[in-house]
Design a protein around this ligand. Structure first.
Ligand SMILES: N[C@@H](CCC(=O)N[C@@H](CS)C(=O)NCC(=O)O)C(=O)O
Length: 273
């Protein structure tokens, strides 16, 4: 059937008052269609140019997960989040502090002058427990702090709290830096503090030993509590000069099992320890 404009009677047109009526083939109709097409192309180009994924745009990119940066010190407690970042499979960069003094950058970001420090999506996060909670929240399906909604996260935080305070701040704090616990500068006083700290730490290790029921601190699977325990076992092994395996067989089995994880091997290799 022939189209109406091809020789047949033309269909009546209804036009709004003030609009121009055109016939197909009219120069005016061609020009209007041409301009409308140009307008559509121009709108599409503007949309593409302004899109955040346009690699040619000069607009700043939105923060992405790849912008995670960890400030650490070789073998320090910052090894904890270093391992956990690998466990999470997140992409991140690192900045190593030297053993003598903290960098100006670290000090300006953390007035406490300590590692670890994590920058993630523009947020500066200090404190191991806060950093590990942040990492866990990025990959909740991995249950790095235990399965949500069960007793596991409660138990993991129970370990975190005790390990971070009694064991780390008090025990190892006094053992490695006795000068922080006295105004005396006498070597004898410092040695006394160290001796007492070691006694306290061995008491804590005995509590770990008695508490463990298998090679993981919480349940039957790996959690960040295992990493916390591994870091302190390593410090003791390097400094106590005793056979930890004979004294604390369950704790040592946990440390040896966790040390074989790819995340641990990678973090330790990166720190050169
Ligand atoms: N409560 C803090 C303690 C951090 C801490 O004591 N970090 C130590 C390294 S294990 C540190 O940076 N010490 C200062 C230094 O080594 O100069 C946390 O858990 O993140």
């Amino acid at each position: 059937m022939a189209a109406p404009h091809a020789g047949g009677p033309e269909a009546p047109r209804t036009t709004a008052p003030g609009t121009t009526t055109t016939r197909p083939g009219d120069p005016l109709a061609c020009e209007i269609r041409y301009k409308a097409t140009l307008l559509r192309i121009s709108k599409s180009l503007t949309f593409i140019y302004n899109h955040p994924n346009n690699i040619f745009s000069k607009r700043p990119k939105l923060p992405t997960m790849s912008e995670i940066k960890l400030f650490y010190k070789k073998g320090a407690c910052s090894l904890l989040p270093h391992i956990l970042l690998h466990e999470a499979g997140l992409s991140f960069t690192t900045s190593a502090e030297n053993n003598v003094s903290m960098s100006d950058e670290l000090l300006s970001l953390n007035p406490k002058g300590k590692v670890p420090l994590l920058i993630a999506n523009g947020e500066v996060i200090t404190e191991n427990i806060a950093i590990m909670t942040y990492i866990n929240n990025q990959v909740p399906e991995k249950n790095l702090l235990g399965a949500a909604g069960t007793m596991e996260p409660i138990r993991v935080y129970e370990w975190f709290s005790w390990l971070g305070s009694a064991v780390h701040a008090v025990g190892f704090g006094a053992f490695f830096r006795p000068q922080r616990f006295t105004v005396s500068e006498s070597a004898g006083v410092h040695d006394g503090i160290k001796e007492q700290a070691k006694k306290t730490l061995l008491g804590s290790f005995k509590m770990v030993e008695d508490r463990l029921d298998g090679v993981h601190a919480v349940g039957r699977k790996f959690t960040a509590a295992d990493v916390y325990l591994l870091v302190f076992w390593r410090w003791a092994q390097l400094t106590f000069g005793m056979d930890l395996k004979a004294e604390f067989p369950k704790y040592s089995a946990l440390a040896e099992t966790v040390a074989k994880r790819e995340s641990v091997v990678m973090a330790m290799q990166e720190e050169g320890i």
